[in-house]
Design a protein around this ligand. Structure first.
Ligand code: SF4
Ligand code: SF4
Ligand SMILES: [Zn+2]
Ligand SMILES: [Zn+2]
Length: 324
């Protein structure tokens, strides 16, 4: 047994408004007269019917090609959103492909110029590029940070330490990526990128109670007011627009022992993968290309603890969550 739904309101011909039989309402919603068929076909050819429900459009609705019914408007907006998303995705993938292609050509050209026969012996690592400009630090941001830090210092003095120091350190200090050479090479990469991942540091620099407590434990001679002063002294006058308060032209203004655990541990996807695949023996080699939306901004060749900045693309400046 088949069950058909019956429209709540009587259906009428889309052209002449004549009532429709049940069967015609389920078919093309036209009464079947030749003139209505002909006029409707003409309107369709002229794109003057709703792309969702098929009703002829009023002149004011023609531009959007969708009628004024809320359900049709909603469906059209969803459809547009879907198409925009698909287009952006396709564009994004094309850009990534373009970046990789450019980076590969650059790597092959540079490495071959050095007389190395196998350019691929320098793994290509395409990393992000941070492109914001330096601006004067607004006083409001300095105050925000001071308030945040004051709160943390107050909490550090009263709350018990719940995270064993050993647990906090293990992620940063284990594996191949923790050798001094690997850390140096990754610091070079971050200098090439200029610190995109510091963007989220805002006026808090990811500092939390655990960081402040760890810092205080390492500096028992410093009273709370000294700790506050130590951090505030590092807040510069110029910082990258929209980035962490400590993100300055020459990199992170905080020493490693002052940084949040997250800052000491974090690597972006590209660098994280590079770190995972480090060779077990021999010098660490890499060709870093820093790119943003298909545009190469900087490139550097790393071999052991040596780094060579590739000329011809803007030279990178040291700036990093992971480099010194
Ligand atoms: S980890 Fe380094 S290379 Fe990756 S986004 Fe951060 S600063 Fe850039
Ligand atoms: S590494 Fe330094 S600049 Fe980057 S987010 Fe952390 S504190 Fe800020
Ligand atoms: Zn009709
Ligand atoms: Zn409609």
């Amino acid at each position: 047994m088949s069950i058909s739904s019956i429209p709540a309101t009587p259906q009428t011909c889309l052209i002449c408004n004549a009532p429709l039989s049940f069967d015609r309402a389920r078919m093309d919603r036209l009464c079947g007269r030749g003139e209505c068929d002909w006029r409707y076909a003409l309107l369709r050819r002229q794109n003057r019917v709703c792309t969702v429900c098929g009703r002829p459009l009023a002149t004011s609705e023609s531009a959007a090609q969708v009628c004024a019914a809320p359900a049709c408007r909603r469906a059209a907006v969803e459809d547009i959103a879907q198409r925009v998303q698909e287009r952006n995705q396709a564009r994004w993938e094309a850009l990534i492909q373009q970046e990789i292609e450019q980076a590969k050509q650059l790597r092959d050209r540079v490495i071959t110029a050095f007389g190395v026969e196998k350019p691929e012996s320098f793994p290509l690592v395409v990393i992000p590029a941070f492109t914001a400009k330096l601006v004067n630090l607004p006083e409001r941001r300095r105050r925000n940070f001071r308030d945040h830090l004051n709160t943390l210092i107050g909490q550090a003095a009263i709350l018990p330490d719940t995270v064993p120091a050993a647990d906090r350190e293990c992620a940063a200090s284990s594996g191949l990526g923790s050798t001094p050479e690997a850390k140096t090479v990754m610091g070079m990469a971050c200098a090439c990128c200029k610190g995109l991942c510091c963007e989220g540091g805002g006026d808090h620099a990811y500092l939390d109670v655990a960081t402040v407590r760890r810092y205080m434990a390492e500096h028992p001679d410093q009273r709370p007011r000294d700790v506050l002063a130590a951090y505030m002294d590092r807040v510069g006058r110029r910082t990258y627009e929209g980035s962490c308060i400590f993100h300055q032209s020459d990199g992170c203004a905080l020493s490693r022992d002052m940084r949040a655990d997250l800052c000491n541990r974090h690597y972006c996807k590209a660098l994280g993968e590079f770190r995972q695949n480090l060779p077990t023996e021999g010098p660490v080699r890499a060709f870093f290309v820093s790119a943003h939306y298909g545009v190469v901004h900087a490139a550097a060749l790393a071999h052991g603890d040596q780094m060579l900045v590739v000329q011809g693309v803007p030279p990178p400046q040291a700036s990093t969550p992971t480099g010194e």
